[in-house]
Write a protein that binds this ligand. Structure first.
Ligand SMILES: [Zn+2]
Length: 385
């Protein structure tokens, strides 16, 4: 903004200092008008204190800190579930290898964004738009004079992280509608939450429109089957991503997956009951596994043997189901544990998304198999959530 800076997402714990230094190097004497958190995920909302201290030492006004009002509830939830978050992030990004620490010292916003809010930054007018998508506390930014938008994680060059199996509700439909609002502004520059910028009206249009339609297709098809009384199991077997959109290079399932998005749409509109009556009040996994294995000559050994055969045919869903049943029959059987670990490690090698690879590797590790030769996503841990 010429005479003032607006800092959007000061950073994660492991890169906020570097980002601060880069900004200071490039704009040593320009005061900070404000800081925006595009949402409260840990790769976006740390480092604000540096700017506040820098302003103080230079005698500038302290920067305003803008965030969605629900970020406050998020930070409180993170406090309450810090240990849980350590565990699930260890699974998600490190295949269960060592449980890290979950930082809890947050800088709270000075300004809550509850409806589109215009602020001036030097010579520029900037509009902050609160929305829901990956999170319920998202803000995207429009800078009309530059024909630019900053999407936060509403665009990140992959299948939207609208399904994440281990985390709170995400909002596929609202996500799509926020992208359509951005598209309608006809921006020519898109600055995403992760990855390189997109420049050019046509390219920006394609990124926003295609991602929005990809999500709306999943939501529309899921809801229409819910309205016909379909179970989650039936919906998962029928609803697939739009084939043409699924070919876009920025809609590949490398982080999250469409199957998980469908589950989250079901959860948002339908709750946790999946429509299978036995699952309303199911037997414990181990009671069921023992009952079933008693019917099978060879019992748990037969189950794990068949699981290995199925894995060699790349029938991973069935293979893992049988391996889990064998394990539930006898959790201390070293042979079963080893085979189960090998199956999950192999399955992880055949998966595309951070979410699946991480969870499957973590089971391999629990079974005593070291999946460290497998792809993991440690490098994403502080850059994604
Ligand atoms: Zn992020």
């Amino acid at each position: 903004g010429g005479t003032e800076l607006l800092v959007i997402d000061p950073g994660a714990t492991n890169n906020e200092e570097k980002k601060f230094n880069q900004i200071k190097q490039q704009f040593p004497d320009i005061p900070f008008r404000g800081i925006v958190f595009t949402h409260g995920h840990h790769d976006h909302c740390f480092g604000a204190e540096r700017y506040i201290e820098e302003a103080k030492s230079k005698g500038w006004d302290s920067p305003d800190i803008f965030a969605h009002k629900l970020i406050v509830e998020r930070f409180m939830r993170y406090d309450k579930t810090a240990k849980f978050n350590e565990i699930i992030n260890s699974r998600q990004f490190r295949g269960g290898e060592n449980v890290g620490s979950w930082k809890k010292e947050y800088t709270f916003p000075t300004h809550h964004v509850v409806e589109p809010m215009s602020i001036s930054v030097g010579t520029l007018e900037v509009t902050l738009h609160p929305d829901r998508g990956e999170t319920d506390d998202a803000i995207w930014i429009h800078i009309p004079d530059l024909e630019a938008i900053c999407t936060g994680d509403l665009f990140v060059w992959t299948v939207p992280n609208a399904g994440n199996p281990q985390k709170v509700q995400r909002y596929a439909g609202d996500w799509a509608r926020s992208l359509i609002k951005m598209k309608d502004l006809q921006p020519k520059i898109l600055l995403p939450g992760h990855g390189p910028p997109i420049v050019g009206k046509d390219r920006v249009y394609d990124a926003l429109e295609s991602t929005a339609q990809y999500l709306l297709h999943l939501e529309d098809d899921t809801i229409s089957l819910m309205n016909k009384g379909a179970s989650l199991d039936e919906i998962l077997s029928i609803v697939k991503p739009n084939a043409l959109l699924g070919e876009k290079h920025f809609l590949q399932p490398v982080y999250d997956e469409p199957e998980f998005i469908i589950r989250n749409i079901w959860r948002l509109y339908g709750g946790w009951y999946d429509g299978q009556p036995a699952n309303l009040k199911p037997p414990s996994e181990s009671d069921f596994a023992k009952e079933l294995s008693d019917l099978i000559p060879g019992g748990p050994e037969k189950l794990i043997q068949r699981a290995l055969e199925l894995s060699s045919q790349n029938k991973w869903r069935l293979s893992c189901k049988l391996a889990d049943l064998a394990y539930q029959c006898d959790k201390n059987n070293i042979d079963i544990n080893t085979a189960r670990g090998q199956i999950y490690s192999l399955r992880a090698e055949n998966e595309t998304s951070t979410m699946s690879v991480g969870i499957f590797n973590s089971i391999a590790r629990e079974m005593g198999i070291d999946p460290s030769s497998n792809n993991t996503f440690k490098n994403q841990e502080s850059t994604k959530e």
